[in-house]
Design a protein around this ligand. Structure first.
Ligand SMILES: Nc1ncnc2c1ncn2[C@@H]1O[C@H](COP(=O)(O)OP(=O)(O)OP(=O)(O)O)[C@@H](O)[C@H]1O
Ligand SMILES: [Mg+2]
Length: 105
C-alpha cells in the first residue's frame, strides 16, 4: 500500500504523516516513510531528532547539488539516504525527480 500526504502549507501534512507511519508500524506493517518536502521535517515528527533529520537533509542536498552520486538501486537509496526511526519506521529523505536518468530507482 502506498499513501501520499499532500496539502497546502501548515495544513498538518508532516504531523499526519509521522503519526500514520508510526501507527502502521506499531501494527507490524513494514513502513518506509519518504520525505520529499522542500523543507523536510518528517524526521522530527517521527522522533529521530533534529540532528539526524538535518543529516539526512544534507545528504539529499549533496545529491541535488551533484556532490554525491545518485544511488543506483532502491535498496542502496534506502540504506544510504535513510535512518531507522522509532517503532520500526525507516525514513528516507528524497527529491522530486525532474529528469529521470536510466537506472534511476
Ligand atoms: N490535527 C491537528 N490539530 C491541531 N494542530 C495540529 C494538527 N495537526 C498539526 N497541527 C499543528 O499545526 C502546525 C502545522 O502542522 P504541520 O507542520 O504538520 O503542517 P505541514 O502541512 O507539514 O506544514 P508545512 O507546509 O509548513 O510543511 C503544527 O504546529 C502542528 O503541531
Ligand atoms: Mg511539513
Amino acid at each position: 500500500m502506498k499513501i501520499a500526504v499532500a496539502g497546502k502549507g501548515g495544513a498538518g501534512k508532516t504531523t499526519v504523516s509521522g503519526t500514520l507511519a508510526r501507527a502502521l508500524a506499531r501494527e507490524d506493517h513494514e513502513v518506509l516513510a519518504l520525505d520529499a518536502d522542500t523543507n523536510p521535517m518528517l524526521g522530527v515528527s517521527l522522533g529521530v531528532g533534529p540532528e539526524e533529520t538535518e543529516r539526512l537533509n544534507a545528504v539529499r542536498q549533496a545529491i541535488d547539488d551533484g556532490e554525491v552520486e545518485h544511488q543506483s538501486t532502491t535498496d542502496a537509496l534506502i540504506e544510504n539516504c535513510g535512518t531507522d526511526a522509532p517503532d520500526g519506521v525507516r525514513l528516507v529523505v528524497v527529491s522530486r525527480i525532474d529528469r529521470v536518468d536510466p537506472g534511476c530507482p
